[in-house]
Ligand binder design. Structure first.
Ligand SMILES: Cc1ncc(COP(=O)(O)O)c(C=O)c1O
Length: 278
């Protein structure tokens, strides 16, 4: 068979390491081995019964057709309500988009906004998918080591030093996978001060674990800590971890209208809409 030519965007990335490790753990379990699987972020409780029942009712009620590309109005209203409760900020419904998981939303947000080696700052340790998602979209990951002595968190000086004219995004994941590190409002404000000096830089805050956190006090989102930067903050969240709905594939993004519109345009050609049942 002649060589099968694949696109550079595929040959330049690796398959998701956590997904590959999870498949191996599943195989070993199936072979009867006693395996403690700490690979993918799978909650240790089952999808709650009220969610299961609502899913079954949705199927019986015929909610089995395509929805709007950015999710149903009802769902976007619910997301706007949650954003209001958690951050005090009212987001118009057109600044909210829904897709097949937070992962897809992040991938498509990068697809919509980077190319030509645009740089994306990723504090390490990081969720293993970020760098490859950047590379697959023709960007350049810029990894900043955040040592344990700093609580595995990005320092304002390190952020300032990493920003170049090519920087497009900073990805902040709080609470962090894998370290569990959480940025305080003060730490976010300090990062916000640096970002004020660099108006071209967008921030993707991945808050997917914000309900799986058992620390003291309240989690604060960057949009609340630095509301004046709201027009360049894209908040990503979803139902996978909070409600143990990983297999339902539903995630969302909230942020700048031009970005959300671009994501919707791409999604209309990718998956058409999120799962109507979910
Ligand atoms: C940090 C982080 N962000 C996003 C996701 C994506 O979750 P989902 O696509 O299931 O919404 C994960 C999943 O493991 C994660 O660990």
């Amino acid at each position: 068979m002649p060589e099968f030519k694949l696109a550079k965007r595929v040959t330049s990335i690796q398959p998701s390491p956590s997904t590959a490790a999870a498949a191996r753990a599943r195989d070993l379990k199936a072979a009867g081995r006693d395996i403690v699987d700490m690979t993918v972020g799978e909650p240790d409780f089952d999808t709650p019964d009220i969610v299961k029942d609502a899913g079954i009712a949705a199927i019986h009620d015929g909610k089995t057709k395509y929805t709007a590309v950015n999710g149903t109005l009802e769902l976007r209203k619910a997301i706007a309500g949650r954003m209001q409760r958690h951050t005090g900020i009212d987001y118009p419904l057109e600044q909210i988009t829904v897709g097949g998981g937070g992962k897809q939303i992040i991938f498509v947000a990068l697809m919509a906004s980077i190319d030509d080696n645009d740089e994306v700052i990723i504090p390490a340790p990081y969720w293993v998918s970020y760098p490859d998602m950047v590379v697959a979209n023709e960007g350049k990951p810029v990894i900043i080591a955040c040592p344990e002595a700093d609580g595995f968190k990005l320092k304002p000086e390190a952020l300032e030093a990493a920003i170049t004219p090519k920087t497009r995004w900073l990805i902040l994941n709080t609470p962090s996978n894998p370290t569990g590190a959480v940025y305080t409002a003060g730490e976010m404000k300090a990062l916000g001060k640096v970002l004020e000096r660099h108006p071209r830089v967008l921030v993707l805050t991945d808050e997917i674990y914000d309900e799986i956190w058992f620390g003291e006090g309240r989690l604060v989102s960057l949009v609340e800590a630095a509301p004046h930067l709201k027009d360049r903050i894209f908040v990503v969240n979803g139902v996978s971890k909070s409600y143990a709905m990983t297999g339902w594939r539903l995630g969302y993004g909230v942020g700048p209208l031009p970005l959300v519109n671009a994501i919707n345009k791409l999604q209309s050609q990718i998956s058409s809409c999120p799962s109507s049942i979910s």
